[in-house]
Design a protein around this ligand. Sequence first.
Ligand code: GDP
Ligand code: IMO
Ligand code: MG
Length: 420
Amino acid sequence: MSGRIDAVLGMQWGDEGKGRIVDWYARDYDVVARFGGGDNAGHRIEVGEKKLALRLVPSAALHPTVELFVGSGCVVNLEGALDELARLAEVGVDISRVKFSDRAHIVLPDHGAIDQASERARGAEKIGTTGRGIGPAYADRVSRLGITLGETIDERHFRNRLRAVRSAHERAFPNAEILPDFAEMEERMLAAAARLRAAIVDGVGYMHARLAAGKRILAEGAQGTLLDISFGSYPYVTSSQCTAGGICTGLGVGPSAIGRVIGILKAYTTRVGSGPFPSELLDAEGDRLREAGREFGTVTGRARRCGWFDAVAARYAAALNGAHAVALTKLDVLSGFDRIGIVTGYRLGDREATLSEAAHPDFGVEVEYLDGWTEDIREARRSSELPVTARRYIARLESLVGLPIELFSVGPEREALIRA
Ligand code: GDP
Ligand code: IMO
Ligand code: MG
């Protein structure tokens, strides 16, 4: 019984268009499972009149029969999850299909407050987090202090655990005025946990029952490879595993269960928050990418930093994920550029450099330019309908990344896709 779980995940700094690509692949699956992250994610999907911004619920919500699973590697804001479920129910989504692993950890109001206070304390060195408490929640998990969803089910136990967590936070942050009022938080958390209870399942049993039944499962990545806690541009990363390795640890399955891995790459690069960005454009071309690509965050509304496609970073990400193929998004955004750049090398003096060295003052990049195209390609549905320069761009990316591009998107709508 091997290779039953395929995966779709981001191979840049997030916001590659995972939501819409997962929505497309999901038609061939019975279950779509998130394996990491929390509501720091924002995944937009457009199907006809319906436009969704999903944070925690897997991006197959608009497929009526697909089961939606929030796996053990995720962190769950109880009230945020309830709000998201309510919003989905309002647009007619059957939310009884959404289940949460009992091993996922909860994100408390404490965590949001600590996240924001730590960012303030870092000043100019701030990470630029989403401020949703994701880092502190994962930190509590690693410190063996955090509370799992399973622990919210017994009210007395949950109350005791909330008190223990608060005491530890007060010890760690003696200026505890940053923390929200405890009695109010406790009541809010108990009320939210009671409402979420019916959706909490034995996460390991859930996955393995479906594997044994031969269900087709798609693992959905959040964030992106370059934000991965181990292999991203540390410390300017998120606090979870975003790479394919996170599928095993985040869903509780062995590597033999993993089948195809599809890596998503945007046709250029964006990043939100601080940290190195070798292909960043701080000029009019960058502004133009931001405007044409509507690069403003789904969660925080922040303007995303923009730059050319970075083939060095993409090759690194492809290797880390063992990706089999690529889905390329937002090709339409490049229409109208006279020339399109691709970063093909990192240099430090006269030697090749790595992403980890990007903060070095002598770090530089090599850029190759290809001719652009003027045609509007948003209506194209076959490769043959694309201008020859667009096809050359795609072929060049395939050769630089070393993977086939099996799908590319030319607009945000579900059908604005071309299969290679
Ligand atoms: P995710 O976090 O990876 O799911 O990506 P986001 O949803 O945060 O950001 C991607 C944005 O690009 C969303 O607003 C999508 O609607 C939009 N989008 C996705 N694919 C395309 C595309 O091919 N062309 C254009 N113009 N927009 C796209
Ligand atoms: P999706 O799934 C883009 C970034 C934040 C910040 C860093 C740490 O929509 O692609 P955190 O709040 O996680 O502690 O912030 O990670 N970040 C994302 N950037 N897309 C995301 O998710 C992100 N999730 C976190 O901007 O730089
Ligand atoms: Mg996003």
